[in-house]
Write a protein that binds this ligand. Structure first.
Ligand code: SF4
Length: 287
């Protein structure tokens, strides 16, 4: 693996009309692998992708945990988390994206309950009073095998033998066959941190539990792995290959649609004939 730090300024112009983005995040790479056309709408055309209820809940929960881990260890209690929720709630409730959801009073209560369940899930997995916080929401910018990488790490904490990289998830935990692909994100963070000179000893995903509207409550789970150079290299290779495919797509102006179940939740379906047909085929509803 050939990694160099601080190359976020790299911009690879492909032609006069279109350029690849300055950097490739794990979520951007994942979007391209899912559907190149969706990626173009989002990252080249910069069309809005309004967050739905799950994404807004995730943002709120992340913000609460970021604030919680900023206070002195002894004060990182459930009571303190509850107070932070109360403090932060007005800014979310007044957010245009949240208002656009037009939740009923009952749905808003469910939203708050689900967010609180996520925070309780965090406390079930972690004793926050025993976390040696190095960084929260750390912005990582590095070059990984020639690819300008950028990512935001939820939590970096100190372990006896090095740093631990943690990403919180408020989404449904993956089935066993999808686990490796979900770990790709934290392996990339580990690669970037290593490129910046950190010694990483562990990565982990924390699935905080609740998955929506109180109907599908799952236990919070932790997926932790010791630093594994082979897994890191595999993740970096996949990222590089995705970057090369993006460069090819931009250079050729070709962004093929990949239709499937995700078309039904794609914000760009109205502008995608293949996606409209797929949605119609799956639901019987003309889009
Ligand atoms: S509707 Fe489907 S095929 Fe079209 S851009 Fe969205 S995900 Fe891709």
């Amino acid at each position: 693996m050939n990694v160099d730090a601080h190359a976020g300024a790299v911009t690879a112009s492909i032609d006069r009309d279109m350029s690849v983005p300055r950097s490739l995040s794990p979520s951007g790479a994942s979007t391209f692998r899912q559907c190149a056309r969706r990626w173009k709408f989002r990252y080249i055309d910069k069309r809005p992708d309004p967050p739905g209820e799950p994404a807004l809940r995730g943002t709120f929960v992340h913000h609460v945990l970021e604030e919680l881990l900023a206070v002195a260890p002894a004060h990182r209690t459930l009571e303190r988390a509850r107070a932070i929720c109360r403090d932060l709630w007005p800014s979310l409730a007044g957010n245009a994206d949240f208002e656009a959801l037009e939740l009923s009073a009952e749905d808003e209560r469910a939203f708050r309950w689900n967010a609180w369940r996520d925070i309780e899930g965090f406390f079930e997995l972690v004793d926050p009073t025993d976390v040696d916080v190095v960084d929260r929401e750390r912005d990582l910018t590095a070059t990984l095998e020639g690819v300008p990488f950028r990512g935001i790490v939820d939590l970096v904490d100190r372990m006896p033998d090095g740093l631990r990289i943690t990403d919180y998830k408020t989404a449904r935990p993956p089935g066993a066959r999808y686990l490796d692909s979900r770990l790709t994100q934290v392996w990339l963070y580990a690669a970037a941190a290593a490129a910046l000179g950190d010694e990483v000893s562990e990565v982990r995903l924390l699935y905080l539990g609740e998955t929506g509207n109180g109907r599908d409550i799952r236990e919070p789970i932790e997926i932790a792995r010791s630093f594994d150079p082979d897994a890191v290299n595999a993740a970096v290779d996949e990222h590089r290959i995705t970057w090369e495919r993006i460069a090819d797509a931009v250079g050729g102006g070709q962004f093929e649609p990949t239709t499937g179940p995700l078309c039904s939740w794609c914000p760009y379906r109205d502008d995608c004939p293949e996606g409209r047909l797929e949605h119609q085929r799956r639901t019987g509803i003309a889009a």
